[in-house]
Design a protein around this ligand. Structure first.
Ligand SMILES: [Zn+2]
Ligand SMILES: [Zn+2]
Length: 196
């Protein structure tokens, strides 16, 4: 391991937990941006949480699901504000405040290295998720990398992405096939022009 998760030769740009949390935030925001509403019940919420290893208190009721959907909308707003640093910072600060994010160092069998937790396992789900995501966004902003929050460049897609490429060249979401579709469309356009 290298300094604070920065790997000189490797792929990692932020610490592992920051990258994972930002990816989890993207997937959450995109649950209603591709193929309609996919967070359409508690089983879908369970599947999402399992896929990113979220643990802790679960209420398994509709209020819990609704609170996660509200968090999703709020995160979508932060992505939308990514071009306006002051606006994005204000929203991230508000999320840190509303989730009562409170960092402390911990380690446990799933993660034996010392790391930060931001909320108690007894806090409501949305609050724990929101605190972790707000902290990951704060990491991004502190590093001057807010522009890595992007909306997919495909004209018919509103999905969000976190561009973790070294030179910030990522443009398309990974929810479908947007990158490929755009290449094919550009190719057809060129061919059509050549045929004129
Ligand atoms: Zn942990
Ligand atoms: Zn897309």
């Amino acid at each position: 391991m290298t300094l604070a998760g920065w790997e000189v030769m490797g792929q990692m740009i932020f610490t592992y937990d920051t990258e994972l949390t930002l990816k989890a935030a993207c997937v959450l925001v995109n649950t209603d941006r591709v193929d309609g509403e996919r967070l359409d019940g508690l089983p879908a919420l369970d599947a999402y949480l399992d896929s990113f290893g979220w643990t802790g208190r679960r209420d398994h009721d509709s209020a819990e699901l609704e609170s996660v959907c509200r968090l999703r909308a709020r995160l979508g707003g932060i992505w939308a504000a990514a071009d306006d640093e002051d606006a994005a910072v204000a929203q991230v600060n508000a999320l840190l405040r509303d989730t009562k994010a409170q960092p402390w160092l911990t380690r446990h069998p799933e993660m034996p290295e010392w790391h930060l937790h931001l909320a108690s396992v007894h806090d409501p789900l949305w609050q724990r998720m929101g605190a972790e995501i707000a902290m990951a966004l704060a990491d991004l902003i502190r590093a001057g990398e807010l522009r890595r929050l992007k909306i997919c460049a495909a004209s018919d897609c509103e999905a969000v992405l976190i561009d973790l490429s070294r030179n910030r060249s990522g443009k398309f979401c990974d929810t479908g096939n947007c990158g490929n579709r755009q290449h094919v469309a550009a190719y057809r356009e060129r061919r059509a022009k050549e045929a004129d």
